[in-house]
Design a protein around this ligand. Structure first.
Ligand SMILES: [Zn+2]
Length: 432
């Protein structure tokens, strides 16, 4: 029997918004598979890190993409880079010798049916699935086949992350699934509801409308999956999100605060670099700054806007490493039960982004360890996942790649994640 794995990601959809009245397709899908009730995002909970974690089955300490915005040590100084731009991974390879440091699903499956990714988020997040060009990536900024050979696709190049674009990308994905030469792994990564959530209040009519439209796109894709199953294929289907959102209650200029605390000289000299990632902040430093890390941490820990903080060797507790110059991961403070004007819980401080970027005050944001940004949803259907079951074990985005490889009968190697099939085997899953 032909085995295939299909993953559909609705960027940014919080688990608590999966409700019959808003997402009838998703709640209907629960009857056919397993709901993961304690599923978590990557850290930071930002899309480009999530895509890298999804593609490699590893956390940033291994795949080495630690933010949506990162700093790379170049000629003795840190240079800050937006990972979302099309050329980021080529630049990272030129500077560090690597794009991602562990193999992607596209590389691992290249001789076993390969990967096709349809993404409507940023170019960097799309190319994180396959930065070295083993499979096929379809994105408006450029479509690529094996060897990173550009593919001309006029249809895809005009697709925007709006309602019309989301539907057109879903249709292109569905057409691919109906072709005889379809790949072993197919991924559809839609930009909604994340895109809307950044610009309207969570729970507002405009937000609910975006979630409903995303749910309707999933319905279209699920019909295509059903046709494959009707043809006798053994399809493992994942439908989930990469992270949730918190409401931004206040915006903090972390760099200004740190400069005011006596670290202005280090920021000026470039020995300390502060890189905002939504509701999280990454701090990088050169060797010269290391004697002052304890003072910096001491200052940060007592700030009302600071939440969980991990420094130096403790970075490993959140899946990071300090070998590329990262010294501190800071999640900004969040209040789980504080609601916005639509009664949606979860407020956070957000870090003031670089000049020219939107602050999203009163709207959705993510990046940190707040309860709701760390509550994406995940449903698995097919394979070992029994209909109408729920798994309460802790799972996260890194578990999807090994689950896909397990389904395809391919070796998993060393990954942070583990096959969810093993987890549900041992877990007395309950009906939801
Ligand atoms: Zn995302």
């Amino acid at each position: 029997m032909i085995k295939r794995a299909i993953a559909i990601i609705l960027d940014g959809l919080r688990r608590d918004f999966v409700q019959p009245a808003i997402t009838p397709t998703l709640t209907g899908l629960l009857d056919t598979g397993t709901w993961f009730d304690a599923h978590r995002s990557a850290i930071p909970s930002v899309t480009r890190v999530c895509a890298s974690t999804f593609a490699t089955g590893n956390m940033p300490a291994r795949h080495r993409l630690e933010g949506n915005t990162v700093a790379l040590l170049e000629n003795g100084r840190f240079a800050v880079h937006d990972v979302g731009v099309p050329g980021f991974f080529e630049h990272k390879r030129a500077v560090t010798g690597k794009t991602l440091s562990t193999p992607t699903l596209a590389e691992i499956t290249r001789d076993a049916g390969g990967v096709q990714v349809f993404s409507n988020v940023s170019p960097g997040a799309a190319y994180a699935h396959d930065p070295d060009g083993f499979g096929h990536v379809y994105h408006r900024a450029g479509c690529f086949g094996p060897g990173r050979v550009p593919l001309r696709d006029e249809n895809i190049s005009s697709i925007l992350p709006d309602a019309d674009g989301e539907r057109r990308l879903t249709e292109a994905f569905v057409r691919t699934l109906s072709r005889p030469c379809r790949s072993a792994v197919a991924v559809l990564w839609l930009s909604e509801p994340d895109f809307s959530q950044h610009y309207v209040p969570l729970g507002s009519p405009a937000h609910i409308k975006a979630v409903q439209a995303a749910d309707a796109n999933v319905a279209l894709a699920i019909e295509a999956v059903q046709r494959l199953r009707d043809e006798g294929e053994d399809v493992l289907l994942f439908v989930g999100s990469d992270h949730g959102h918190q409401t931004v209650g206040a915006v903090i200029d972390v760099e200004r605060e740190v400069a005011g605390a006596g670290f202005g000289d280090a920021l000026e000299a470039g020995t300390l670099v502060i890189v905002p990632n939504g509701t999280a902040v990454l701090f990088y430093a050169t060797e010269n700054f290391h004697p002052r890390v304890a003072d910096l941490v001491g200052f940060l820990r007592i700030q009302p806007w600071a939440g969980e903080l991990y420094a130096e060797r403790d970075l490993r507790h959140v899946g990071h490493t300090n070998i590329d110059g990262l010294i501190v991961f800071l999640s900004l403070a969040s209040v789980d039960d504080e609601v916005n004007e639509f009664g949606v819980p979860g407020k956070s401080f957000a870090a003031k982004p670089p000049a020219g970027k939107a602050e999203h005050l009163g709207f959705g944001q993510h990046g940190g360890l707040g309860k709701y940004e760390q509550s994406p949803f995940l449903i698995a259907s097919g394979s070992a996942f029994r209909p109408g079951t729920m798994c309460r074990e802790n799972t996260d985005l890194a578990d999807i790649a090994p689950s896909i490889l397990h389904h395809l009968g391919l070796p998993i190697g060393t990954m942070t994640g583990r096959p969810l099939q093993h987890l549900v085997e041992n877990d007395p899953s309950e009906r939801k």
